[in-house]
Write a protein that binds this ligand. Structure first.
Ligand code: TYM
Length: 357
């Protein structure tokens, strides 16, 4: 057994739809890579998905999709603990308790909250940057455009997911780093307020590389479900090729060694993730000497993405068909996750003075 086996790794993905390349390179691929060497715990964040009020039948279907995609991507339930967040009710209780130590202001300042609230309120990015106007809209929002309290306290729940398992290594994409920073702050605050040493501080885990941000193919920003620009692991090859061929480009370099526009830089980021170094070098040279044909680059990119996604897509359906297998894995996983969670929760209750008579 490896020396690292004692270090606790934990991460989750929201149950909001099928997994896309951002989830794969930001998270899932790393989950698979570390499963042999650490005490790994991966879950499906169905409670976090509630912050955007999903359709109940769809939420349940999404949980099943994601567990099937976890397994199809190579997670081995013999090696890792796999569970659904809501199957560990200790998380919900600790979420209530930890919220008593979290400031509304620090939650309101998180980038993810601002971003999601802005969308819910129908505000432009500039309007959301004007703090006074943003807060005015937020407080005055009527039911049609309500921003729910769960969205605000999203980072508390994420911190609890991590702290309740005492995880120290958290493989996530770049967009989650601020949440991890908050988690460390909450851990320190709790430990020092009660004079205890319950929580270790968790850090992102990229084994060597930097945390990635997988871009979309629509020219700017990251790949994300709410951005509507995703390449899904289960996309059929025809659909996938079409998505890549439709990627936004520019008119092409006019002079040797021109700087790259954002859409082209994004295509190269994807190529770097999915292709071999010699393929990337070939297209970089072609860009530098102005001989590049974006159509060729896209064709190559589509095939290289398919080489990654096809084996996963092919396994998903078989796994989905075996409900009993999925149920057994989740039952075993949640039992293990609950054991550690119950222990931490008891420490937290004791520290806070919530004691039984
Ligand atoms: P979620 O569901 O938004 O995303 C799941 C994981 O995928 C990564 N990711 C990306 N990485 C790179 N480029 C992208 N375009 C991209 N899009 C998504 C995310 O960084 C994430 O790692 N709050 C988390 C879920 C969560 C969690 C936790 C994670 C809940 N509790 C505890 C770690 C530990 C989230 O919303 O992920």
């Amino acid at each position: 057994m490896s020396e690292n086996k004692k270090e606790i790794v934990l991460s989750g993905i929201r149950a909001t739809g099928n997994l896309h390349l951002g989830n794969y390179y930001g998270a899932l691929r790393k989950f698979v890579a570390v499963q042999d060497d650490y005490d790994c715990n991966f879950f499906i964040a169905d409670l976090h998905a509630l912050t955007t009020n999903p359709d109940p039948a769809q939420l349940h279907a999404n949980v099943k999709n994601i567990i099937a995609e976890y397994l199809a991507a190579g997670l081995d339930p013999e090696k890792v603990t796999l569970f659904v967040q809501s199957d560990v009710p200790e998380v919900s209780e600790m979420y209530l308790l930890l919220n008593m130590h979290v400031g509304i202001g620090e939650l309101m300042r998180t980038v993810s909250f601002k971003d999601k609230a802005r969308k819910a309120l129908g505000l432009s990015a500039e309007a959301a940057e004007d703090d006074a106007a943003f807060e005015h809209q937020l407080v005055g929002a009527d039911n049609g455009k309500r921003v729910n309290a769960g969205l605000l306290t999203y980072p508390t729940l994420m911190a609890v997911d991590i702290l309740i398992q005492k995880a120290t290594k958290v493989p996530v994409g770049k967009d989650q780093l601020q949440h991890l920073e908050l988690t460390r702050r909450f851990a320190r605050r709790f430990n020092s307020f009660y004079g205890v040493d319950i929580f270790p501080e968790p850090y992102d885990f990229d084994f060597g590389g930097a945390p990635v941000k997988v871009p979309g193919l629509d020219g700017s920003g990251k790949m994300g479900k709410s951005e509507g620009n995703c390449i899904y692991l289960v996309d059929d090859p025809k659909v996938l090729r079409k998505k890549v061929m439709r990627a936004v480009t520019d008119e092409g370099p006019k002079e040797p060694n021109s700087p790259m526009s954002e859409p082209i830089a994004n295509l190269f980021t994807l190529l770097e993730l999915t292709s071999t170094p010699d393929v990337v070098a070939h297209f970089r040279e072609a860009y530098a000497d102005c001989s590049i044909r974006y159509g060729d680059l896209k064709k190559q990119l589509a095939e290289d993405i398919l080489a990654v996604t096809t084996p996963i897509r092919e396994r998903v359906n078989d796994i989905m068909a075996d409900e009993a297998y999925i149920a057994r894995i989740l039952r075993d996983g949640s039992e293990r996750a609950r054991e550690r969670a119950a222990h931490t929760l008891e420490e937290v209750r004791q520290a806070m003075g919530i004691r039984r008579f």
